[in-house]
Design a protein around this ligand. Structure first.
Ligand code: PEP
Ligand code: CO
Length: 450
């Protein structure tokens, strides 16, 4: 960050993956409108997340970052939000009880609306239209009107984020996330499966432990028991949106991007001299950056120097997404480079984005086994390097969808058509998510050999 940084200096740098807004006046109106709206999060909450992530950095906690690939303006119902929260709470309970470490919970939620694309346009039957870039930009159907970038969608994204966050705050503060509700989070379609049964047994164990603690006179009716911190995060892609929600904190005078607690920079926009890096170097939120298979130690250190020059623990989370076949070969040298340079890093494994492929009929999917193999390779690389495998970053939904292959009920390519609902990448369904949590918890157990 230079001394002249301001929320608009990113405009002097090349910005990848930005829509071509057809109407500048409409964009200006949306930008001004967003600038007048209240922040979605407070700077103090972002600082609390940095402190929680510093614990992860020191090897004292584990990060679970999870949610949709792309949230939809059409699926913001209370049930959908609640069911996603349930799966995240279940996974956290599994990781915490079986893995034996506190779990920091961050949703890909309440703002995950922008999508980077491999091509700016999409062609079907000879018709070429702008690609779908997420509901914050345009609409999914393949027709001319839907695909025009509409700046009023920036305001709608803010509004849906606000209503989602409002409900999440009510659920996580109002008793729904109380550990004594651990059985209630198990939805019927999960509970009826073998992995759901395994979860029931774990929940029985938690209940017994709580009863035992209560019998010794420990007061369980405390905020720590009743409430949960669920932080929000999204890929900070559309820079006008992020800029408009960036405010100075009245306590410290520092800039915070108040669109979410944590923001991450994607694999396609992480150029060290690019606009996204420039913008995020100047805000004080905890940041993530995706690290794909081509990153070498020099580039890694340039990213660390740019985003975390003061080497603050918890400030920078590096989310590796290498692919199951290469992670064990490519990750260790990056782990050692950061360690030897004295850069505190929260290392997190995204086992989804390096393992996507298309079936014969062109359906985008991922196999549960490859996802698991990448997670195992991640843990193995950390054990080899003496560093802490800080967490997992996954795309999931609380629904019973059929988007990823394999898992407990061995979903086949022929099953994908029955409930394939994602607007972008394939997500784990509830059962596959709990399955992954049990597997990761095994790897986390002290003394486990990977
Ligand atoms: C994503 O997280 O949805 C994504 C697009 O990931 P990546 O930037 O790693 O490709
Ligand atoms: Co994705």
């Amino acid at each position: 960050m230079t001394t002249t940084w301001s929320p608009s200096t990113w405009t002097d740098h090349p910005a990848k993956q930005q829509p071509e807004w057809p109407d500048q006046a409409a964009l200006d109106t949306a930008f001004t409108e967003l600038g007048s709206r209240p922040p979605l999060i407070f700077a103090g909450e972002a600082r609390n997340l940095t402190a929680d992530l510093a614990r992860v950095c020191r090897g004292e906690a584990f990060l679970l970052q999870a949610g949709d690939c792309a949230e939809s303006f059409d699926v913001g119902t209370a049930d959908a939000i609640r069911d996603k929260l349930k799966v995240i709470l279940q996974m956290a309970a599994v990781l915490q009880y079986s893995g034996g470490v506190p779990v920091v919970k961050v949703g890909r939620i309440a703002g995950q609306f922008g999508k980077p694309r491999s091509s700016g346009t999409e062609t079907i039957d000879g018709v070429e239209l702008p690609s779908f870039r997420g509901h914050i930009v345009n609409d999914f159907p393949f027709d001319e009107i839907s695909r025009v970038p509409d700046p009023m969608r920036l305001v709608r994204a803010y509004e849906q984020s606000a209503s989602t966050l409002n409900l999440l705050r009510a659920f996580t503060r109002g008793g729904y996330a109380d550990l004594r509700q651990v059985h209630e989070w198990n939805q019927e379609f999960i509970a009826s499966s073998p992995i759901g049964q395994r979860y029931e047994e774990l929940a029985d164990g938690i209940e017994r432990a709580l009863r035992f603690m209560a019998s010794t006179g420990i007061d369980l009716d405390t905020a720590a028991m009743r409430q949960v911190d669920l932080y929000t995060s999204h890929e900070a892609l559309i820079l006008e949106y992020e800029q408009a929600l960036t405010r100075t904190d009245s306590i410290t005078g520092d800039w915070y991007d108040c669109s979410a607690h944590m923001l991450w920079i994607g694999e396609r926009t992480r150029d060290v001299d690019g606009a996204h890096m420039e913008f995020f170097a100047g805000v004080h939120n905890p940041l993530g950056c995706k690290i794909g298979p081509t990153v070498d130690p020099d580039e890694l250190l340039a990213i660390c120097d740019k985003l975390n020059p003061d080497r603050i623990a918890g400030r920078l989370t590096l989310i590796t997404r290498m692919g199951a076949d290469v992670i064990q070969e490519r990750l260790p040298k990056l782990l050692l480079a950061a360690r030897d340079a004295g850069h505190p890093v929260v290392w997190v494994c995204d086992p989804m984005h390096g393992n996507t492929f298309s079936t014969e009929d062109g359906t985008k999917t991922r196999h549960f086994d490859a996802i698991l193999r990448e997670v195992s390779g991640f843990f193995a690389a950390h054990r080899e390097s003496g560093t802490w495998p800080g967490g997992i970053h996954v795309e999931l939904t609380g629904d019973d969808v059929t988007e990823c292959l394999g898992g407990g009920d061995s979903l086949q390519a022929t099953d994908l058509g029955s409930r394939y609902e994602t607007m972008c990448d394939p997500r784990l369904n509830g059962r596959q998510s709990i399955d992954l949590a049990f597997e990761a918890a095994e790897l986390l157990r002290p003394g486990s050999i990977s």
